[in-house]
Write a protein that binds this ligand. Structure first.
Ligand SMILES: Cc1cc2nc3c(=O)[nH]c(=O)nc-3n(C[C@H](O)[C@H](O)[C@H](O)COP(=O)(O)O)c2cc1C
Length: 231
């Protein structure tokens, strides 16, 4: 083993302990996690049955623990359940998406989207009990009210990782989600009255699937085309 900097006696470090580490991959916990994650699909047909807010909070709170550049946690998660706000978001998203599907998207793009059967109608933005609007923080506030700016690093990478944890956590709560990018998304900043340093990053509707929900019959690339081992 290589020499490790042990930080012995140094302030600012705590012991790291994970007693289950060596057994977990062989356990039923892993099998359950893998089975749930392989079942995940992007959901576009939600039931409007209510979902306990505690489930969504659980998932969002876990996402906030994600790794981030210099631990700045440059994200804001807004959980939107209020019907009037969901309607405003749907209307604004559909207006942008109408323009996308009727001129702004290239022919190639439209062709690539054909298997998904999507168009500018976004009923899921009202049907899903909750929309999670994720904002990236371009910079942080140094001291409340001081006007100072704190630098944030690798913001997009950090947000992508946090979103991955969010989607996984929702899935482990039994909830479906969709990664939605109605472009441009700046209407979210206005509707939710976000501060100047925040930019809309993704919109994630979540809830139970509609009883007759369907998903596109698409496959995934073979693993050997995406994974190379250098052992
Ligand atoms: C960054 C990103 C943006 C996406 N934007 C949309 C979107 O705006 N609308 C939509 O219906 N699906 C969107 N999707 C979902 C993809 O179409 C979906 O993940 C892909 O087809 C694979 O299907 P699966 O998630 O069921 O495995 C997006 C996915 C990602 C990762």
């Amino acid at each position: 083993m290589t020499q490790m900097k042990d930080h012995q006696g140094e302030e600012g470090f705590v012991e790291f302990r994970d007693p289950d580490a060596r057994e977990i991959a062989e356990s039923a916990h892993w099998q359950f996690f893998e089975q749930r994650m392989r079942m995940r699909r992007s959901m576009r047909h939600f039931s409007s049955d209510p979902v306990p807010i505690s489930l969504v909070r659980k998932a969002v709170e876990l996402a906030t623990t994600a790794p981030s550049g210099a631990n700045k946690q440059p994200w804001t998660f807004c959980i939107v359940g209020e019907a009037g706000l969901k309607r405003q978001i749907r209307e604004a998203a559909e207006a942008e998406e109408y323009k996308n599907y009727h001129g702004r998207m290239s022919e190639d793009w439209l062709e690539d989207l054909r298997p998904f059967g999507t168009d500018h109608h976004k009923a899921f933005l009202e049907d899903a009990p909750y929309l999670i609007a994720i904002f990236k923080q371009l910079y942080g506030e140094s001291n409340a009210g001081s006007g100072g700016r704190q630098k944030h690093y690798y913001v997009n990478e950090s947000l992508g990782i946090a979103t991955g944890i969010l989607i996984s956590a929702l899935q482990m709560c039994g909830l479906c989600s969709l990664t939605h990018t109605p472009s441009p998304m700046n209407f979210l900043e206005k509707i939710l009255e976000r501060p100047e340093n925040e930019r809309a990053y993704l919109l994630i509707p979540t809830g139970w699937p509609h009883p007759s929900a369907k998903v596109p019959n698409i496959g995934k690339k073979p693993v050997h085309k995406m994974v190379y081992e250098y052992l």
